[in-house]
Write a protein that binds this ligand. Structure first.
Ligand code: ADP
Ligand code: MG
Length: 282
């Protein structure tokens, strides 16, 4: 009996499941297939990254899990149940920063704690700690319009991290940040997500970032988005994101995934070149 129970709890449970998902949009009078027959399981306590060329449906993948879009075919499930309507159980860091314009930075960062009933003193302390972590001390009283794009982005990332959701969707969260800030946040995210055993579905177009942070890296094909290959990342922990190139096994892992990813990046370049050719053609 005991052995059986151990086996069951030890098995990684699927948190988000895309089951033969196709997503189409009507756009400018025609039908665009954003995702084509995507099946993917995001497992509990794992850090799963999705890499793929721009326009391959990465954001759409997250919007389906967040319940902001319905599937066209197939099903998205959260903890075994079909996602219908907004999925409030997940934290979602969107591609664009989405701070509330009528609140100061500190009010924005405190807000998720406020709605969870955390006392004022404690939430202020925690907010200031997170604000300091991303180098925004001194800007607590600023409104979003008084902050640069990168500062707003940092604010929206910590606004999700501060309340420790057990499942987080992150859409290219570190994209617009400078290299140093980016690594500081990568290191913090890696540390916190492992400490709290969070389940993370992370979108990036940066393969180094994906490998540094993840247990699993999913490579998507250029439009229409399909899963091309799923890689387990064998790098040991702790990982030093500042020196990830020196981590044993990094180069081999990078080379193997890049071999799969390269053709998608190149095919996207040729799609772009084709678009340009079509535009300049008489
Ligand atoms: N609401 C929408 N209406 C029409 N087309 C959309 C919509 N959202 C996404 N698309 C199209 O679906 C494809 C995938 O988009 P997206 O998921 O944003 O890709 P990615 O995040 O990988 O860049 C693109 O061709 C995009 O133009
Ligand atoms: Mg996107």
């Amino acid at each position: 009996m005991k052995a059986e129970a151990t086996t069951i709890t030890d098995q990684p449970e699927t948190v988000i499941e895309y089951d033969a998902v196709t997503k189409r949009f009507f756009s400018r009078g025609s039908l665009v297939t954003a995702l084509d027959d995507v099946s993917l399981s995001v497992r509990r306590h794992q850090f799963t990254s999705v890499v793929g060329p721009s326009g391959c449906g990465k954001t759409t993948l997250l919007r389906l899990a967040a319940g902001l879009e319905p599937t066209s075919l197939g099903e998205t499930r959260y903890l075994g149940k079909p996602v219908r309507g907004i999925n409030t159980a997940v934290g979602y860091v969107t591609q664009d920063s989405n701070l509330y314009p009528w609140m100061t930075l500190r009010q924005n960062v405190e807000f998720p704690l406020e709605i969870r009933g955390v006392p004022a003193k404690e939430r202020r302390e925690r907010a200031d700690e997170y604000i300091a972590m991303v180098g925004l001390t001194g800007f607590e009283g600023h409104y979003p319009y008084q902050l640069s794009g990168g500062m707003q982005k940092r604010g929206s990332i910590i606004r999700t991290m501060i309340y420790d959701p057990s499942v987080i969707l992150m859409d290219e969260p570190f994209g617009p940040l400078d290299a140093q800030t980016r690594m500081v946040l990568q290191a913090e995210l890696l540390r916190i997500s492992r400490l709290k055993q969070q389940t993370i579905l992370f979108i990036t177009h940066d393969l180094t970032e994906a490998i540094a942070l993840s247990d699993v890296v999913v490579v998507m094909s250029a439009r229409p988005g399909r899963i091309k290959q799923v890689f387990d990342i064998p790098l040991s922990h702790p990982r030093d994101v500042f020196q990830i190139h020196a981590h044993p096994g990094f180069s081999e892992t990078y080379a193997e995934i890049w071999d799969c990813f390269r053709s998608e990046v190149l095919s996207q370049q040729s799609i772009r070149a084709g678009d340009v050719a079509a535009e300049v053609a008489p």
